[in-house]
Write a protein that binds this ligand. Structure first.
Ligand SMILES: Nc1ncnc2c1ncn2[C@@H]1O[C@H](COP(=O)(O)OP(=O)(O)OP(=O)(O)O)[C@@H](O)[C@H]1O
Length: 226
């Protein structure tokens, strides 16, 4: 369980989020541009410090403003995949995957390589990969660090439609085959329908709705948005 009760002021933008997120399956964070989706992701992974409140992952405090506690991003056991796959251009895929990952065994490596279907890419440089292949490698690298939770901030936005469809299938497999909980940021309702179990809707830095996808997609807020 991810327990979040935070507020953050970024210039004139006020952000608040008070809700628990079940660490199971895929939880989508949906909202228009500027609603605060990336702010939420960066509060969870530690790239932003809240002004007030706390975040706990499976009962471990990641940040607690009252106690002046702040766990550094690299110690949170949380993987983040951003819009653009940030790979080292001068390293082959295999080195990009294993860079900085100290605690993994070869069966874990094989499992991740299989689920993401990147075996044939291991000896290529990033410049020799398509956008979707790069994102699969970036996801693989995040998974090799053994995260308890995977955050994905609009991972499809740089891809064309066929690659989007392809990568969505892989993301779905991660949650099901590897059993890794995922928080998935998007402004695309179709992506939510395809892969998410639960969805949170943000608007102007506030949580508007949270619940099962079937339920939330019926909300009046989304009827106006569609
Ligand atoms: N460091 C900052 N300083 C000032 N304002 C910021 C800062 N970071 C974000 N903001 C503002 O906070 C608001 C929310 O930004 P955020 O990136 O969280 O939105 P988003 O929903 O992820 O948007 P998008 O879908 O376009 O990525 C925006 O108005 C943005 O300009």
């Amino acid at each position: 369980m991810l327990k979040i009760q935070v507020s953050k002021q970024l210039a004139s933008f006020s952000f608040q989020f008070n809700h628990d997120i079940d660490c199971q399956g895929i939880t989508a964070i949906l909202g228009v541009s500027g609603s605060g989706k990336s702010t939420l992701i960066n509060l969870i992974n530690g790239l932003i410090k809240p002004d007030q409140g706390y975040i706990k992952l499976n009962n471990t405090s990641l940040v607690d403003c009252d106690k002046n506690l702040f766990i550094d991003p690299e110690k949170r056991q949380i993987g983040t995949v951003f819009q653009d796959a940030l790979l080292f251009p001068h390293y082959k895929v295999i080195k990009n995957l294993t860079y900085g990952a100290n605690n993994f065994n070869s069966s874990k490596f094989d499992e991740i390589v299989n689920v993401l279907n990147i075996h044939s890419l291991l000896n290529r440089y990033p410049a020799m990969l398509s956008g979707g292949e790069k994102q699969r490698v970036a996801i693989g690298r995040a998974l090799l660090a053994n995260p308890l939770l995977l955050l994905m901030d609009e991972p499809l936005s740089a891809l064309d439609m066929p690659r989007k469809k392809e990568l969505l299938t892989y993301i779905d497999k991660l949650a099901n085959d590897l059993n890794i909980p995922i928080i998935y940021v998007t402004h695309n309702i179709n992506e939510v329908k395809k892969i998410a179990n639960n969805v949170a809707i943000l608007d102007q830095g506030k949580l508007i709705e949270f619940g099962k996808v079937e339920h939330v997609l019926q909300s009046d807020y989304l009827k106006e948005w569609l």
